[in-house]
Write a protein that binds this ligand. Structure first.
Ligand code: ATP
Ligand code: MG
Length: 248
């Protein structure tokens, strides 16, 4: 592992909170900031990173090739033309059995080549996710402002704490200015208190993302959400970037 190499697991209790979007946004902005970045997608059978980076039908290899021993993890990674420092290791298109040890071995074999490895864990409170997340240097818990999401994020985070994992930060995604209104800080404070995890960033609800998903287009690089991801990426590196609704 290089001195600066960091393994970041992106997770949530409830599905659909925006984990894959967060992985893409952070991966893209970290790479644009000059960090060698790999995103590993563990959503087996539900691949989406290829579409998010405009690589639909262009992925030649994925995790199944690594798990079957056909090739090394490094060889199975795909370069992302949108950002020269970014690579992705896509999930298999079908359900393929995998253990936390195998993911650990994959991360160990490639981590010296990257500054950041971002793991899209997929959704759910299950032991599989907990075991995989154990290896991460940092866990990013993604929640939206809705009450079910907040409760599930809190349950997830409590379980990490119970297992001794205190390296957690919260991302609040899909924050709508209309819902949060003028009292941004007070409302965000309530969410942070309920989840019980220190905030690292807020991503606005961004219509450009909704449109891109609907059309199967890559993530929009000129958007408010990407500004927010850029801010979070800088915070990951230790920079102080103030929280605002525009750049979140
Ligand atoms: N900030 C945002 N603004 C608008 N739409 C968003 C935002 N973040 C995510 N979305 C949309 O929400 C939907 C779910 O996002 P995504 O696939 O990233 O969630 P997920 O947590 O990875 O889901 P799953 O649990 O199924 O893996 C997508 O349509 C995505 O475009
Ligand atoms: Mg996903």
């Amino acid at each position: 592992m290089s001195e600066t190499s960091k393994i970041i697991a992106v997770t949530s209790g409830k599905g659909g909170t925006g984990k894959s979007t967060v992985c893409s946004g952070l991966g893209y902005t970290l790479a644009k900031q000059g960090h060698r970045t790999l995103i590993i997608e563990l959503d087996f059978g539900l691949r989406c990173l290829d579409i998010m980076f405009g690589l639909q039908d262009k992925i030649e290899h994925d995790l199944s090739d690594v798990l079957s021993g056909k090739m090394s993890a490094l060889d199975a990674c795909s370069k992302v033309p949108m950002a020269s420092n970014l690579e992705i290791l896509c999930a298999p298109k079908t359900l393929t059995p995998v253990t936390a040890e195998q993911i650990y071995d994959i991360c160990s074999s490639v981590k010296k080549y990257y500054d950041y490895i971002i793991i899209d864990t997929g959704a759910g409170i299950n032991s599989h996710v907990f075991d995989i997340v154990e290896q991460a240097n940092l866990i990013l818990v993604v929640s939206t402002p809705d009450q079910v999401c907040i409760r599930d994020a809190s349950l997830m985070s409590d379980e990490f704490y119970n297992r001794g994992n205190k390296r957690q930060r919260l991302i609040i995604n899909k924050v709508s200015k209309k819902v949060i209104g003028n009292s941004l800080v007070k409302n965000l404070d309530e969410i942070i208190d309920k989840v019980g995890v220190q905030l690292i960033g807020v991503i606005p609800e961004d219509f450009k993302l909704t449109v891109a998903t609907a059309k199967g287009d890559p993530i929009p690089t000129e958007s408010e959400a990407l500004l927010a991801f850029d801010a979070i990426s800088k915070r990951l590196g230790g920079d102080f970037v103030p929280l605002t609704m525009k750049g979140a």
